[in-house]
Design a protein around this ligand. Structure first.
Ligand SMILES: C[S@@+](CC[C@H](N)C(=O)[O-])C[C@H]1O[C@@H](n2cnc3c(N)ncnc32)[C@H](O)[C@@H]1O
Length: 209
């Protein structure tokens, strides 16, 4: 249904190239481009993420895709002040800019990190689902570290739970990932997991906030 599910990517830019192709092949079919089963699934994820970490101030959307989170925030969240979307896929960014203007940038946070505290809250939704590089966990933690440093309050990200759905390429046990994040970043960790859905969310907040 979703074209082809790769086993993983050798690096972040190959992941961007994969999504470049999807924007071309599925032009006009946003949910196919973004690998959601339907718009309600995407909205439910946005609802859960913004409940776990309410948007505040300047929002970073890492792996923004076509920029749907911006539409959602404009509709639902008067509390946010500003939005910046980044993505490694050139074509995703071109399409997001065509639709929504210049609040989107092609950028890899690993090679071009933001200065500390440039944003307030960060969202990384349906982004960290493929294994990248020889050590996918280290890669994911490196991305989270840069995102957390860029966001003054904290970030929320989604990941895939082990043992709940066939065919997922990169899964973790929620509690294991939470304790890794706590150890790696010294952050306050909160999980949203209903124990059945294969997607769960993790919020990382700087201590003292
Ligand atoms: C499944 S789409 C989800 C898009 C959006 N977050 C949403 O929920 O509608 C995943 C997006 O993440 C981007 N992506 C994957 N790894 C990334 C990384 N390390 N940095 C920035 N973007 C990344 C892909 O290019 C793709 O556009």
């Amino acid at each position: 249904m979703f074209l082809y599910t790769p086993a993983g990517f050798s690096d972040v830019s190959s992941c961007g190239a994969f999504y470049d192709v999807r924007t071309t092949v599925f032009a006009g079919e946003d949910m196919m481009v973004l690998e959601y089963s339907d718009p309600e699934a995407q909205r439910r994820l946005f609802d859960r993420a913004t409940r776990l970490l309410p948007p505040r101030g300047k929002v970073l959307d890492l792996g923004c895709g076509l920029g749907h989170l911006l539409n959602y925030l404009e509709e639902k969240s008067p509390a946010y002040e500003d939005y910046w979307g980044i993505d490694v896929s050139e074509r995703m960014i071109a399409e997001a800019r065509r639709r929504r203007g210049d609040r989107f940038e092609q950028r890899d946070i690993l090679t071009a990190p933001f200065e500390e505290g440039r944003f307030d809250t960060g969202y990384i939704l349906s982004v960290l689902g493929y294994p990248i590089g020889e050590d996918p966990m280290a890669m994911m933690l490196a991305i989270l570290e840069k995102a957390l440093s860029a966001c003054r309050v904290g970030i929320v990200f989604s990941h895939l739970a082990a043992g709940r759905k066939e065919g997922l390429r990169f899964t973790t046990v929620p509690e294991d990932l939470a304790s890794r994040c706590e150890k790696a970043f010294g952050a306050r960790v909160e999980i949203d997991d209903d124990g059945a859905d294969h997607t769960y969310l993790v919020a990382l907040r700087h201590r003292g906030l």
